[in-house]
Ligand binder design. Structure first.
Ligand SMILES: O=c1cc[nH]c(=O)[nH]1
Length: 400
């Protein structure tokens, strides 16, 4: 096992000669984790801790809006995949094998966070398993791994009932306990129809808990087509009735891409009306969420890596820009404005997913910046080059 060293963090006050979104070279000044000024290159007052960006492309830090940082075996020797193919089979396999691999633990999560940072990630929304076997231990481990970054890396937790809720007595109480922790701003759910076999029951339970405790919801919904759409309609209804507007996210939501266009248009409009958002991991063997239709309806969405190297799948590198590439490629996106939109979805337009109004290279924004050797955002997307420098909350967390 490779031990994970504590993150090296260096406060800086100015990034010189960088090209935000591919524009002219500027100097970006920052103080106490916030961008304080952006001025033409060479004109910012000389400060103390500066970094020369050498004309590299600057983008806002990459946002991973759907991760599972508690359950990876990153940092251990290769683990041969031994699970069954179904969701239920994978849950069983994970529960049987995780303790032997030290999952969950500070070390496991620390390795994953380090990989995310290396790939330019500065803000993360991670699901963390909560069940009758590990209770809240996974959340404690992720909190500890995140704390090593002293707030520079923005880590938000979804308490995730991976093994179901209604069918596992006590899990709803665990979710209530989790919702009381400052690190947890959402509670999760999982395929209410196929896991708990009670769509109304699970959705009523989590929406009532969210309304009662003030947290949001981020529910995994793999259920397909009309079965999935029915559950989305239930969530839309509860959002309106319980005052959860803008506080419900649907992760995966494969159903949306599987409906016929008129049905999808109406569903997206209903979601938009109550601020239901979506996150996708750009699954390779399924249709992609249609970018133009979501944008037209005003349904905000963002990308995530899903779990990486875990007991669900050996795949995943921790690169959310790579997931954006996969999305664009699989969706057949080639036009410049659409490629730019995909980069925005992985960065600035994902602000909502980490509770921000603004996440961009502008004065007053959090100083979360990634530099890459690319001509423009489109070039950065199609080549996904190495991240040359990663600044989070005004601190350099990674230099290539
Ligand atoms: O439910 C899911 C789906 C993907 N990965 C997980 O860990 N859980």
């Amino acid at each position: 096992m490779t031990p994970v060293p504590p993150p090296a963090m260096l406060d800086i006050t100015c990034l010189r000669r960088v090209r935000p979104w591919g524009g002219d070279p500027v100097d970006i000044a920052m103080d106490a984790g916030t961008i304080t000024a952006i001025a033409p290159a060479g004109t910012a007052p000389i400060g103390v801790r500066e970094f020369d960006g050498r004309g590299l492309l600057a983008l806002p830090g990459i946002v991973n809006a759907h991760a599972h940082v508690d359950k990876s075996w990153w940092g251990l020797r290769w683990q041969s995949y031994g699970g069954e193919g179904s969701t239920e089979g994978r849950i069983r396999h994970e529960r049987a094998e995780r303790e032997a691999l030290g999952i969950p633990s500070f070390e496991r999560s620390a390795h994953v966070l380090r990989e995310f940072v290396r790939h330019g990630t500065t803000a993360i929304r991670t699901h963390v398993d909560v069940d009758d076997g590990i209770g809240l231990r996974g959340i404690e481990a992720v909190e500890q791994a995140a704390a090593a970054y002293e707030g520079a890396l923005d880590v938000r937790i979804v308490a995730f009932p991976q093994d179901g809720i209604l069918r596992r007595p006590g899990v709803l109480d665990l979710l209530r306990d989790a919702a009381g922790r400052p690190s947890v701003d959402r509670i999760g759910g999982l395929d209410p129809a196929t896991i708990d076999r009670d769509p109304v029951g699970q959705i009523d339970a989590i929406t009532a808990l969210a309304a009662d405790t003030g947290v949001g919801i981020d529910i995994h919904l793999h259920d397909p087509a009309e079965l999935g759409a029915f559950q989305i309609e239930l969530l839309v209804d509860r959002a309106a009735r319980l005052g959860l507007q803008g506080r419900i996210n649907i992760a995966h939501g494969f159903a949306v891409a599987q409906l016929e266009p008129a049905r999808r248009r109406d569903l997206l409009q209903a979601m938009s009306d109550v601020g239901v958002t979506m996150t996708t991991v750009a699954p390779l063997r399924l249709p992609q969420l249609p970018l133009a239709e979501l944008d037209e309806a005003g349904v905000r969405f963002a990308f995530g890596t899903d779990g990486i190297r875990d007991l669900w799948s050996p795949y995943g590198t921790g690169d959310t820009l790579g997931i954006a590439w996969q999305y664009a490629r699989a969706a057949g996106i080639v036009r410049d404005d659409d490629l730019l939109r995909v980069v925005q979805l992985a960065t600035s337009a994902a602000a909502w997913s980490v509770g921000r109004d603004t996440h961009d290279l502008v004065e007053g924004a959090r100083a979360d910046i990634v530099l890459v050797d690319a001509e423009n955002p489109q070039d950065a997307l199609v080549r996904t080059p190495e991240r040359a420098l990663v600044v989070a909350g005004g601190r350099v967390l990674h230099v290539a």
